[in-house]
Design a binder for this molecule. Sequence first.
Ligand code: UDP
Ligand code: MG
Length: 317
Amino acid sequence: MNTPVLYIVIPCYNEEEMLPITAKRLIELTDDMRAKAMISEKSRIVLVDDGSKDNTWQVISSLHSRYERFEGVKLAHNAGHMNALWAGMTMAAPKCDCIISIDADLQDDVNAMYGFLQEYQKGADVVCGVRSSRAKDTVFKRTTAQGFYKLMNKLGVEMVYNHADYRLLSKRALEALLSFGEVNMFLRGMVPLLGFKTAVVEYERGVRVAGESKYPLKKMVAFAIEGITSFTNKPIRYVTLTGILCSVLGLAMAIYVLVSLFGGHSVAGWASLMMSIWLLGGLNLVALGLIGEYIGKIYMETKRRPKFILEEYLRHE
Ligand code: UDP
Ligand code: MG
């Protein structure tokens, strides 16, 4: 068994209260992993300061000067959770054998990392942490989050149920992920696109012990919209379908209107108005949907996603 160089990447936004607790916990954890020869001495913990307004950076730099295993990355402004994670992964990629991303609040049980590493040793390139229960989340957070996973699946986006951004990526999976050219990033949708061997490790999600959630409702809604619009054109398709439906209804309406007109049951002007409203409304929607379809194509093109991700290449030199 080889001992991999593990980089743990943590995005931190206004986490001055949480970081000392997190750091202590991670020092114990990595000490234990080193003692058990699960990870190499060269393993590091990368703390990414996502443009915090509090003393997060001071905490990070003092950890860095006190311990060899801590690295600090400071972003010039608040780039958001996903971008901060991306920054940390970019820094870690050249030096690591695998990375684990986890939130600064350690709501996701760090002990699951043992399981991650075992799966990695068994050959998995991607190991997703999955919450076995959300009992400790508020009812609101739980229902909205689960509704979101269901909606995404309906829209055809492949996502691991109840998996957030707590995961292990092997070096090659990480490099493949980093080769995605898109700016609108929704990592939990992108990781399944990699297609490498994926394992799942379950854990209990705890509560945040210090500081507040950096995801108020406003950010959650923005995140959900980001997830949908970064991954699928289906909403546009629904516009087109509604348009077609309206047109069909419009035709039925036209027949009804004409029958009423010739039966003498209508007021002057009614027939022409009704028919124009329905038929033109339907046509308008179809036309909008059609334009949308083309914009959707342009949108997919601009993502510049890799056309394939190589898993193996057998050849003779
Ligand atoms: N975070 C970040 N930038 C932001 C918002 C959040 O880097 O703009 C980090 C935050 O420090 C934490 C992680 O993203 O490490 C998840 O945030 P939080 O725990 O507040 O979210 P929740 O668990 O409530 O969904
Ligand atoms: Mg949290």
